[in-house]
Design a protein around this ligand. Structure first.
Ligand code: ZN
Length: 464
């Protein structure tokens, strides 16, 4: 294992300004692929969702997915971008086994959306504006699986399997302009930007943007520039970082790592390279030397007509944009009467939409909030699941909240409402010996029946 020298974070920042660029790929939730009619359903047998177009067979001709273009325009509008009156696809030429055409259909100097911005809120409430360079349409590659090695990587593998079901799934790549002036908060800005972008994509309904499933992934580009100098330094690009926490860690690690490499006393030289992020320790290691755009020999895609979205269509899409997540959060915070800190916890738990849905079926906002942010949030956190993966839906919650008037509803009613899940057993054995039992009438506990609905009676539940 390679031991990497790291400069202390403070020392690196004492000498250098970090300059970041973030490239986020979003997999669109269209039913079919970007240039053919194949299903985007991935849970099928390998290579069952393919056709001559996405397999790159000779003579096959692509056709653009209209919903893909519409989604790209919505994303561009929500990011305050200009929408091109006319743009084209381009071929990005390179060989990779999971890309059967030997080129990726992408956009180069004529993206569909450009020159926008996204305001993101940092944890202390400060708003940081991230400038957007472009958002363009492209397609995903297939998937390689390396078999026979210990690590699942190509090194040490005896053979590789290729599944082209993912080849041709529509992607939108969103590229920021260089993010300067964030200083020590650069990693926090990176995380807040990706979080805000994810909320925006979900609000637009163009993708579920689940990072853990690869529906949204981020490349973190970073260079360090000595204080007072204009030119940017040589950058590294950490590829495919797939969680918010990892985006922050990758940026922080690279600031420390490049601080060492730039230190003249070490005689280090800087190369432009791609790097891999390692989830287990938050480090990055060198990948390949980074290619420049000219290495890809981009040229306009001759098999696709240019895309010229009608202005009235663009304006119609603009009018249909949902309330932006940051403004919606501010409104809900006001309506629910919660502190900034509590709102942040609700956001971190992924509970905003669940609480809204619960109020919409009749629960008071404060009780709906306590319901989701109590045992359920704790259970989700402990088991590494999202709140909406626990098998609990908002619809029955108002009835469950009324089950025991006056009782702390979110502690007692998950099991009472018949919801499945491990929390009922684990939770009852943990707590029913104390507060809940103590509050119940002596006659109940004297009979040996625990007052907590899901509890299996234990000695500790009974009063002497
Ligand atoms: Zn196809």
């Amino acid at each position: 294992m390679t031991v990497i020298d790291l400069e202390s974070y403070e020392d690196a920042l004492a000498t250098y300004d970090p300059v970041m660029g973030l490239e986020v790929h979003v997999e669109l939730g269209t039913k079919t692929k970007m240039f053919c009619g194949c299903s985007t359903e991935l849970k099928q047998d390998a290579n069952s969702q393919t056709c001559p177009v996405c397999l790159g067979l000779p003579g096959a001709l692509p056709v653009v997915n209209e919903i893909g273009v519409e989604s790209a325009i919505k994303i561009g509008l929500a990011l305050n971008c200009e929408i091109a009156e006319w743009c084209r696809f381009a071929r990005k030429n390179y060989f990779y086994p999971d890309m059967p055409k030997n080129f990726q259909t992408s956009q180069y100097d004529e993206p569909i959306a450009f020159d926008g911005y996204l305001d993101v809120q940092l944890e202390d409430g400060e708003i940081f504006r991230v400038q957007i360079e472009r958002a363009h349409m492209e397609e995903d590659t297939g998937k390689s699986t390396h078999v026979g090695g210990a690590t699942g990587r190509i090194h040490g593998a005896s053979h590789s399997l290729l599944d082209y079901n993912r080849a041709g799934i529509p992607l939108i790549e969103i590229v920021t302009k260089p993010i300067e002036g964030a200083g020590a908060r650069a990693p926090e800005v990176a995380k807040a930007y990706v979080a805000e972008l994810r909320e925006l994509i979900k609000a637009l309904g163009v993708s579920e943007a689940r990072m853990e499933m690869g529906q949204m992934r981020c490349d973190v580009n970073l260079s360090l520039r000595p204080h007072g100098r204009e030119a940017f330094g040589t950058r590294s690009e950490t590829k495919n970082v797939n969680s918010l926490r990892s985006v922050e860690r990758a940026a922080r690690f690279e600031i420390q790592h490049r601080g060492v490499a730039l230190d003249l006393e070490t005689g280090g030289t800087i190369v432009q390279e791609t790097r891999h992020f390692h989830e287990e320790d938050g480090s990055t290691t060198a990948g390949r030397i980074k290619d420049n755009a000219e290495d890809y020999r981009y040229f306009p895609e001759p098999d696709l007509v240019p895309v010229a979205p009608a202005r009235d269509w663009v304006e119609e899409l603009r009018k249909g944009l949902p309330e932006l997540p940051r403004l919606r959060r501010a409104r809900l915070k006001e309506e629910w009467g919660v502190s900034e800190h509590d709102m942040q916890s609700i956001l971190n738990a992924g509970a905003v939409d669940l609480i809204v849905a619960t109020t919409e079926v009749g629960a008071p906002a404060d009780q709906a909030r306590k319901w989701w942010m109590g045992e359920l949030a704790r259970n989700a956190n402990e088991t590494g699941r999202a709140l909406d993966e626990l098998g609990v839906t908002p619809a029955p919650v108002p009835a469950a909240l009324r089950f025991r008037p006056g009782a702390p509803p979110f502690r007692l009613s998950a099991s009472a409402a018949g919801f499945p899940g491990p929390w009922s057993r684990r939770r009852s054995s943990r707590r029913c010996g104390s507060a809940a039992a103590a509050r119940s009438p002596p006659s109940t506990t004297a009979s040996g029946v625990c007052p907590v609905p899901a509890c299996r009676p234990r000695a500790s539940c009974r009063r002497p």
